[in-house]
Structures are given as C-alpha cells and as structure tokens.
Design a protein around this ligand. Structure first.
Ligand code: LMR
Length: 394
C-alpha cells in the first residue's frame, strides 16, 4: 500500500533550511526561514519566558490532561492580547492549537464544516503553506492581487477589485500585520475599506496574525484585526506565539472565532473542541502555559514587552541601515521600500536567477521569491548583502 505514495513537493522555505545547513562555505548568511536571530545569529529564549518556565517547573504538580480546547486562561489571555479592549467574550469562541499553522488548519476546517462549498481568497503572494494546506484539503484557493511589483507596496486598487468578487460564505484570508512574504502592509484606512468590501460581499474574514509586535508595535500591529472584529459579524483569527514569544518549538497558537454570540458561539465552541479531538485530542500545554504565565503577571508581561520592543527596534534599525547602504551603493532611492516595509520580511522583487546568483556567489540565502528575513542580518552583514543585491543587478 505505502508504495502507492507519490513524492510530495518539499516546502520551499524548509528545504532552504536544509540547503543552508549543508553549505560548508565560511561566512554564509541565512535570510531564509522566518526565525528571529540576534546580532550574533542566535535565537534566544526570552527573559520572561525563561522565568515563566522556571515558575512552572517549581509549581506544577501534575502533567495530567488539560481541557480539550486548551486552558481557558491561555485562550483568554491571547484573545485579550489580540483584541484588546475590543474583546467581546460573549461572541468569542477560542481554541488552543498546535502553533499558528494548527490554528490556520483548524480555522479552515471549521469554516468548511459550516460551508462545505467555501472558497478561500488569499493574497498573491502569500505564505506558501496557506495555499499548500488548502490544496491538500481540496479547498478552492483564489488569489487576490496584493503586491505592486513596481513600488513594492500594496496594489490596493487591485486587491479591492478582486475581493469584491468574493461571495457570501467565502473566506478572505488576510495577514493581520507584517505581511509574509512581502513586508508591505495595509494602512488603517485601507483596513476600513476592506471591512466595507467584506460587509458588502458577506465573505468571512480570516486573519492570520503571526508577527504581532514585530511591525509597528504590539497594539499598532493588532489595529487592523481589531477594526475588522468590531465591524464584521463573523471573524476567524489564527494567531501564533512562535515569533513574539520566541517559543517556536513549543507549538503554541490560538484560533478565535467571533460570531453573533449566544447559541452560535456555543455551537462554534463545540465544533472547535471537536476538531481538536479529531486531530490530536488535547493541544500542547507547555508553551501555552508559558504564555499565560507571562501575560497574566504584571512584571513578566512588562519585561516581555520591553524585550519584544528591543527586537522590533533592532529590525527597524537593520532596515534603515540596509536602505541607506543600498542608496549609496546604487546611487538611487529605488530600495527605500526596505525601510518602509514592516515585520521580519521584505520582498526584493528579484528574479529567481538573481536570487540564485546571490546564493552561489555570496553564500546568502533568500527564499526563491526574493523574500529576505531582516532578522537574519546584523550590522556587519548588511553591507555584504547590499553589495550582493547591487552586483546581482537587482
Ligand atoms: C516562515 O514563513 O519562514 C515561517 O513562518 C516559518 C515557516 O513555517 O514557514
């Protein structure tokens, strides 16, 4: 039976991780997978996370099962982090999931249970695994225009026109902040216009928010999501704790489903717990418990916010440095978009051949679509990358 299996196409981002590891060249630079690294190239355990873990180690008396949808404390803390003052508990169902990917998968499954014929509109480009999961599930994926190749900003007119084609019960997948892979983001005014298109079409927004705190700030990065939550009757939100808590391998995520409340909320909550049971039963607890310990303790929370802000400022400084370096090397301002982009990524708009040249000649690894991870740089490697970009003729 197993010999009937056909080879699966490897995930491009994960395949690049392996390629980088196998490269024996000195001074190689990894700007591929979206993992934060400090100036020494290390992905640190955040201070508050370490303290929370210590506290859990000292106080935890059992490893017995928790609740099927995950601990209430964790789900509430995450809902508050994402939705802030706008959180309406009575309309919010929530589920602890296996990372942000788990939240996306369970969100798609939930939507399909409610509307088996749904289509999912996604930005072009988007995180490749969005499309891969939908394809695997047999759900129709419909791209909408998003990236303007000329300005490296958002093609908002194109996006709006394409979203207007969505129908009642379709899902419109949006990146809450720090768009992956482009780094180009909507303004709050544009979010309001998207809300209006959704109101008109009756499509249901699903917001993937995996980088809250990495763009313009913890509150600012959630502003679009909060606006949508306040305007639309039904909203799905898939969030990850991998990046902003730096707990990648603990696999902590959350799915929020906002509805009109009452019976619908209870039905939704029941369906979500059912989905966990069908997939893996109880969600992982350790990372979730770290997150709720940090968020529910004033001192730990303040320290986490300080460290997260340092991370964000560090990435912004690298963006400024790279843009300045490129301005001086290219004698033009055509790379200034790097400083305007937000989050971990920027899409350079280079051809696959240019990306390959940068890898072959400079041992610098970008994702094939010319996405670079800003956090993979430091003050010393920025000029090396800038030189490579200009030499590759980008
Ligand atoms: C990325 O886009 O690099 C990250 O989200 C890691 C992943 O799982 O692809």
């Amino acid at each position: 039976m197993l010999s009937n299996l056909t080879p699966q196409e490897p995930d491009k981002i994960l395949a690049l991780m392996g390629e980088f590891k196998a490269d024996t060249r000195q001074g190689k630079i990894d700007l591929g997978v979206g993992v934060y690294k400090d100036a020494s190239g290390h992905t640190p355990v955040m201070r508050a996370v370490r303290q929370a873990e210590q506290r859990i180690l000292e106080t935890q008396t059992t490893k017995s099962y928790t609740a099927l949808p995950g601990e209430q404390e964790y789900r509430d803390a995450m809902a508050r982090l994402i939705l802030g003052e706008g959180l309406e508990g009575a309309r919010t169902a929530s589920l602890a999931t296996v990372g942000g990917t788990g939240a996306l998968r369970q969100g798609f499954e939930l939507a399909r249970m409610a509307n088996p014929g749904m289509r999912v509109f996604h930005s072009d480009p988007t995180w490749p695994n969005h499309v891969s999961i939908l394809k695997f599930m047999g759900v129709e994926a419909v791209p909408y225009r998003y990236f303007d190749a000329a300005t490296r900003g958002v093609d908002f007119a194109g996006m709006k026109a394409d979203l207007a084609q969505a129908k009642k019960g379709d899902i419109v997948l949006l990146h809450g902040c720090c768009h992956n892979p482009t780094g180009a983001n909507l303004t709050l005014e544009e979010w309001a216009e998207v809300a209006q298109v959704l109101e008109t079409t009756g499509a249901v927004p699903m917001i993937d928010i995996a980088y809250q705190g990495f763009g313009d700030g913890l509150q600012e990065d959630a502003a679009g999501t909060r606006l949508i939550a306040s305007r639309l009757p039904e909203v799905l939100i898939a969030a990850s704790c991998s990046k902003n808590f730096g707990i990648y391998r603990e696999r902590s995520g959350v799915l929020l489903a906002l509805s009109e409340g009452g019976k619908t909320r209870d039905l939704t909550q029941g369906a979500m717990a059912f989905l966990n049971r069908q997939t893996y039963s109880f969600p992982p607890d350790h990372g979730a418990r770290i997150v709720s310990t940090v968020l529910n303790d004033d001192a730990l929370r303040a320290d986490w916010m300080t460290e997260l802000e340092e991370v964000r400022q560090g990435m912004l400084a690298l963006r400024e440095q790279l843009a300045a370096e490129l301005r001086s090397l290219s004698g033009s301002d055509r790379f200034d978009f790097v400083a305007r982009h937000r989050g971990m990524f920027s899409r350079l708009g280079a051809t696959p051949e240019q990306v390959k040249r940068i890898k072959d000649d400079f041992a610098i690894y970008l994702v094939g679509d010319s996405r670079l991870n800003i956090a993979g740089l430091n003050q010393t490697t920025v000029p090396i990358l800038a030189r490579a970009i200009v030499d590759a003729g980008i």
